[in-house]
Design a protein around this ligand. Structure first.
Ligand code: C2E
Ligand code: MG
Ligand code: MG
Ligand code: MG
Length: 284
């Protein structure tokens, strides 16, 4: 392999490549242990209905509480979990934790209006046989209604009509689970899938949002994207809202839901009920 790339390339690239490979292998091995030792934890970020300012749900985001490296963010281990065949176990653990947590919140605050928990699902998980049955079993075991669960599926998973993934999504939908397309606007898929899929909401990627408060053309573009989503009969969520001005612009564009540091950073599970009760937040 090295020879075929020529001597110069070998000298320049090989040490770095080797280090990266070793690092990935080490991370994968540690991740296996982490799954057994329950080192993966979830934090939760609220999703806000812009018309009322109320929190309607929370997104579960995984964190790896590494014994020596501290908190590791998902960008540093989800791709490795995918590649090393660990994503199915990881996803199972995340779903189980999120559903058990929803049960705990419902018991602790039965008076709070019903809210949803969003769980990110990778492409590999969606292809796993028995996914819908496992989710159903888990919801039943905890006595959580399927309507309380939203599965976030990235646009890159989306897929042709009649594919196995599309069938799984329809089965999940029939169970009463809600489906949301994540990171909309970053993939290369045809927009026609918007009308084909059994999703209810589409989450517009934060990369489209970051400049709307300074760039009028970008704001217009985002407004058109929001119209496209509602024209397909879906509701729009915008992620990565960081400023009051962005939130106000999106509210005026009739964007239904928003999420981002402006409303709240992701928080530990024991802080969620207090946080939700605080919306609509008084803001000057
Ligand atoms: P995502 O699902 O698109 O999640 C949104 C990411 O943006 C999260 O990063 C969140 O913390 C971050 N974020 C939220 N508000 C803001 C904001 O106002 N500004 C900025 N700059 N960022 C914001 P995080 O937690 O690092 O997760 C990154 C990605 O990792 C997620 O993107 C998702 O694709 C993946 N991921 C996270 N948890 C899971 C999981 O349990 N399972 C799977 N399969 N993937 C996960
Ligand atoms: Mg997401
Ligand atoms: Mg996203
Ligand atoms: Mg994203």
């Amino acid at each position: 392999e090295a020879k075929s790339r020529g001597r110069n390339n070998v000298q320049v690239f090989r040490p770095a490549m080797l280090a990266a490979t070793t690092e990935r292998a080490r991370t994968a091995a540690e991740l296996r242990t982490a799954l057994q030792n329950a080192e993966l934890e979830l934090v939760y970020q609220p999703i806000i209905a812009l018309a009322t300012g109320e929190a309607i749900g929370v997104e579960a985001l995984v964190r790896w509480n590494h014994p020596t490296r501290g908190v590791v963010m998902p960008g540093a281990f989800i791709p490795i979990a995918e590649e090393m065949g660990l994503i199915v176990d990881l996803g199972r653990s995340v779903l189980e934790q999120a559903i058990a947590q929803m049960r705990a919140w419902m018991d602790e605050a039965p008076q709070l209006p019903a809210f949803t928990v969003h769980v990110n699902l990778s492409a590999t998980e969606l292809r796993r046989p028995g996914l819908d049955r496992d989710i159903r079993t888990c919801l039943d075991a905890h006595g959580v209604d399927p309507s309380r669960l939203v599965l976030e599926i990235t646009e890159t998973v989306l897929m042709t009509r009649g594919s196995e993934e599309a069938r799984v999504l329809r089965r999940l939908r029939r169970l009463g689970i809600q489906l949301q397309i994540d990171d909309f606007g970053t993939g290369y898929s045809s927009i026609s899938y918007l009308r084909d899929l059994p999703a209810q909401t589409v989450k517009v990627d934060q990369s489209l949002i970051s400049t709307i408060d300074s760039d009028a053309a970008q704001a217009q573009f985002v407004e058109a994207v929001l119209h496209l989503i509602t024209s397909a009969g879906l509701s729009a969520v915008v992620e990565g809202v960081e400023t009051a001005r962005q939130a106000e612009l999106l509210r005026r564009m009739d964007c239904a839901y928003a999420q981002g540091y402006f409303f709240s950073r992701p928080v530990a599970p024991d802080r969620v009920l207090g946080l939700l009760a605080g919306f609509p937040a008084a803001r000057g």
